[in-house]
Design a protein around this ligand. Structure first.
Ligand code: KIV
Ligand code: NA
Length: 273
């Protein structure tokens, strides 16, 4: 099983870390069988699985429910679970209580928290208490209404300096790795060079120490539009819709089921009237 030291070793030997999100038993099993280094139970489940238009409505109960299912499919793969919106902001006591419950009930290896600033104390206290933390900077979707939309972050000098400083603070607070979302590749490269812990990029270019993609995006499964940074490796929505359409038409046309899908019995055993 990975830990902070082995992750840092991977970074030092330029062994790219792979992460993919999963939200249930079958997606976790596929991620595990593909030998991905880490599975993220992302709060993106609010959008790709639950049909909300942001991650804001996702609750601690949602993360526990999906985290448990992922754990059952993930085998021995390292699982990271997102702490959802506002579950680590109201009070330190509340944060520790929520994190403990999420970590224990999902049996995860780490929790992921968005942001720096006020969140640094939470990163310190969780790590200190024995809960490994993955940080998340750049575009932090739980703050979409503060950031003013899903936009690339750190594009000018001032914003870039701030992001670099925050990345260092997240590392100093004890995080084991840092997700960088929607950051110019030049800045992601600089941050990756300056940190000891690995960076895991999404829309942050090839110089990060690892990459993460959303399961439904990489399979084009139930998502209409894909962001620029996604490469769809399959068009599963189209293939699935085609299969279901064929089933519907075969039933209508009497082509399904056929003999091989059917049970039989000795008709003499049928009740007689
Ligand atoms: O929720 C999520 O899927 C994430 C990744 C995009 C990093 O946080
Ligand atoms: Na997330």
């Amino acid at each position: 099983m990975l830990n902070k030291n082995s992750m840092i070793k991977m970074k030092q030997t330029n062994d790219k870390m792979t992460m993919i999100t999963a939200y249930d038993y079958p997606s976790a099993k596929i991620a595990e069988q593909a030998e991905t280094d880490m599975i993220l139970v992302g709060d993106s489940l609010g959008m790709v699985v639950l049909g909300y238009d942001s991650t804001i409505p996702v609750t601690l109960e949602d993360m526990i429910h999906h985290g448990k299912a992922v754990r059952r499919g993930a085998g021995s793969t390292f699982v990271v679970v997102d702490m959802p919106f506002m579950s680590y902001h109201i009070s330190l006591e509340g944060t520790l209580k929520n994190a403990t419950q999420l970590f224990q009930e999902t049996n995860a290896q780490a929790l992921k928290l968005e942001g720096a600033g006020e969140v640094l104390e939470a990163i310190r206290r969780l790590t200190g208490g024995g809960i490994p933390v993955v940080g998340h900077l750049g575009l932090t979707p739980q703050s979409v209404h503060v950031l003013g939309g899903y936009k690339v972050q750190g594009k000018d000098e001032k914003a870039a300096k701030k992001l670099l400083e925050e990345a260092k603070e997240v590392e100093r607070a004890g995080a084991m790795a840092l997700v960088l979302e929607c950051v110019p590749r030049q800045l992601a490269k600089l941050i990756s060079e300056q940190l000891t812990i690995p960076t895991i990029g999404i829309g942050a270019g090839a110089d990060c120490d690892g990459q993460v993609l959303v399961y439904h995006d990489l399979l084009k499964y139930g998502v209409e539009r894909l962001p620029k940074f996604v490469k769809p490796y399959l068009n599963s929505s189209e293939q699935m819709a085609g299969a279901v359409r064929q089933y519907v038409s075969e039933v209508k046309d009497g082509l399904f089921p056929q003999e091989q899908h059917t049970f039989t019995m000795d008709t003499e055993l049928l009740p007689k009237e």
